[in-house]
Design a protein around this ligand. Structure first.
Ligand code: SF4
Length: 347
């Protein structure tokens, strides 16, 4: 451990002030903080709570139902990031749809789905576009490449989300946010600075190594002690104020903001991204004239409360009994970034 990390550790372990609630917005932070054993350093008055920064976890139940409909009713090949396959829908997951004969394929990139469509002109291929500003540019690139290639057998089912209005919905739920470094690497810091200056929301951009997380936590604690709203970028080797202009341009060209439903948080205005008019031929909902499909979450699942930091995963009645990574009831137990999966694995 380097000298500055040692100093950060001393600040954290030596804290003896008022109770503090710090929200790890990002699921990867939740997992890394557990994996690196950093929670064990925290004095009891520092409460680290989980937030909505896991893309699979915040994807609404109805989206899984829509994907199952495309797979089973329209016979589309569904390409998706692997985590999504086991997320429960209202009646079944995509794994359940596969058991009924649907063609569900995990891919590493939306461009793999474009390649699949090129190689199988007689099949219809749909890519499930979920995720935040980190993954949305690659979905946009896929739509652009499909259009340039004149593909008529490729489309996107979109549930892309953006963070600014989600932060807005979470104002007041914590004393400070640990902002997700990889999201800020794309978006830049303008939203976080504005939240601080206009609404007094405090937060620190954090990286993902032990040293970076210790530093971010120590800076957060020190500045909370000072009692004034603050924003700091503690991940400057990756995050620049202006973000990633090329990725932002790609999103701007292909998609535009829309209202979006978040699991547990409900509909948040202008918190999603949908394809622009020039790309509607690649919008699976329009292409297949999809009916309105409203998902019904399992009433036992409290993912919504977990994602807002209202409860800890272990406060859910079915945590570790009815709901385990092998038999998940909610998305937060499925995803590699899910808070319930992290608590199950490490706590
Ligand atoms: S433990 Fe399972 S059922 Fe409970 S909130 Fe987490 S994912 Fe949902």
């Amino acid at each position: 451990m380097n000298e500055s990390a040692m100093r950060a550790k001393e600040i954290i372990t030596g804290y003896s002030g008022r109770p503090l609630r710090i929200m790890e917005v990002c699921g990867t932070h939740t997992h890394e903080i557990f994996r690196l054993g950093l929670r064990k350093l925290l004095p009891p008055q520092i409460d680290l709570i989980s937030g909505p920064g896991c893309p699979v976890c915040v994807t609404a139940v109805g989206f899984i139902d829509e994907a199952c409909w495309l797979a089973l009713e329209k016979g589309c090949i569904i390409c998706t990031f692997g985590d999504l396959i086991r997320v429960p829908g209202t009646e079944m997951s995509l794994a359940g749809a596969r058991a009924k004969g649907a063609d569900i394929r995990p891919v590493y990139s939306p461009l793999d789905a474009v390649a699949l469509a090129k190689d199988n002109p007689e099949k219809q291929v749909v890519f499930l576009a979920v995720g935040f500003e980190t993954t949305t540019p690659s979905a946009c690139l896929a739509a652009k490449q499909a259009k340039e290639a004149g593909l008529t057998n490729f489309s996107l089912l979109t549930a892309n989300k953006t963070m600014p209005n989600a932060y807005q919905a979470l104002v007041g739920s914590a004393d400070a946010f640990l902002y997700p470094g990889h999201v800020n690497a794309i978006t830049g810091n303008a939203t976080c600075i504005r939240l601080c200056e206009e609404q007094g929301v405090s937060g620190v951009v954090a990286g993902f190594t032990a040293s970076e997380l210790l530093t971010a936590l120590a800076v957060t604690i020190r500045l909370l002690e000072e009692g004034k709203p603050f924003f700091r970028n503690c991940y400057p080797r990756v995050v620049k104020d202006e973000g990633n202009p090329a990725a932002l341009r790609m999103m701007q060209e292909v998609m535009e903001p829309c209202d979006s439903e978040w699991r547990g948080l409900g509909m948040i205005p202008a918190s999603g991204m949908k394809l622009r008019a020039e790309f509607v031929d690649y919008d699976a909902r329009l292409k297949y004239d999809m009916p309105v499909i409203t998902g019904k979450p399992n009433p036992a699942c409290r993912c919504g409360d977990v994602l807002q930091g209202k409860i800890r995963p272990c406060d859910c009645k079915v945590f570790g009994t009815g709901c385990t990574p092998l038999h998940p009831v909610g998305a937060c137990m499925v995803s590699d970034e899910g808070a319930c999966a992290a608590y199950y694995q490490y706590s």
